[in-house]
Write a protein that binds this ligand. Structure first.
Ligand code: SAM
Length: 246
């Protein structure tokens, strides 16, 4: 069965957008996933098809109305009752590769895209919505965040990346950044490829890659490194390691 991407948005024309090209585009053409953008304005009831109103308590901007969004969400839930329902918001839990893997293994995902100042908070209380952020910065709308989330899921669908690359070795899969890559020419602007990568010694290459992944993670992403080390210390082998070190 195809992975169903249902997107609730004020800009349905943004989908599939860039996901209509390259790997995701081919997968879409092959029916490995389906893209179903839904116009939120279709669930408004006034003649202006309003979806927003001024913020309670005052302040700049407009807020998306809970009643209109609830009708759109209920429609999507009825259409795809098994798909998790995500709302893109900077106030959500940061998206991780682990969550992406879970989503990609399921029947699909329904994504609500915010605009303006965001979504009336009561919607999150009244519907089974998972608030998701794609990072600590502000976009002008949830559509780009939805495209990012979908791209991350689609590449993991069976057959999309091909048998040669499962994505298992990539950054974040083991809690670390991936090791650096090199390709031909062997010398470029006076810089050479590390000797070990040309040695043909697979054990040595693997050890070098592991060291590089650890060093780069420690230097570039101390937050990831700390979590990785914490998880290692909690594992049965980590506990043994601590005992031995004492
Ligand atoms: N006033 C909101 C705040 O400060 O948290 C920002 C609203 S933003 C201009 C409009 C919409 O863009 C949000 O409702 C959300 O759907 C989307 N958005 C912006 N940044 C995002 C992020 N980092 N992750 C996920 N969605 C984001």
């Amino acid at each position: 069965m195809s992975f169903a991407a249902t997107i609730l948005t004020l800009y349905p024309e943004m989908f599939p957008g860039p996901l209509g090209t390259s790997l995701a585009g081919r997968a879409l053409a092959e029916g490995k996933w389906v893209c179903d953008p839904i116009q939120i304005r279709d669930f408004a009831t006034d003649k202006h098809r309003s979806v927003d109103d001024t913020p309670a308590g005052g302040g700049a901007g407009m807020v998306m109305r809970a009643d209109v969004l609830a009708r759109a969400v209920d429609h999507a839930l009825e259409k795809r009752p098994d798909a998790p329902l995500l709302a893109m918001t900077p106030r959500g839990r940061p998206l991780t590769q682990a969550r992406v893997r879970e989503l990609a293994a399921g029947p699909g995902v329904t994504i609500l895209c915010g605009r303006f100042e965001g979504i009336d908070e009561r919607l999150f209380e009244a519907r089974p919505i998972e608030p998701v952020s794609i990072g600590d910065y502000i976009l002008s709308g949830g559509e780009m965040a939805a495209l990012v989330t979908l791209d991350a899921c689609i590449r993991l669908l069976p057959g999309v990346m091909g048998a040669a690359s499962s994505g298992d070795e990539e950054s974040f899969e083991s809690g670390l950044l991936e090791y650096p890559h090199y390709t031909r020419p062997p010398e470029w602007e006076g810089r050479t490829i590390p000797e070990v990568l040309r040695s043909g010694d697979h054990a040595k290459i693997e050890a070098w890659r592991k060291t590089m992944a650890e060093n780069d993670t420690r230097l570039r992403r101390p937050d990831l490194w700390e979590r990785h080390e914490g998880a290692r210390d909690q594992s049965p082998s980590g506990a043994r390691r601590q005992k031995k070190e004492r």
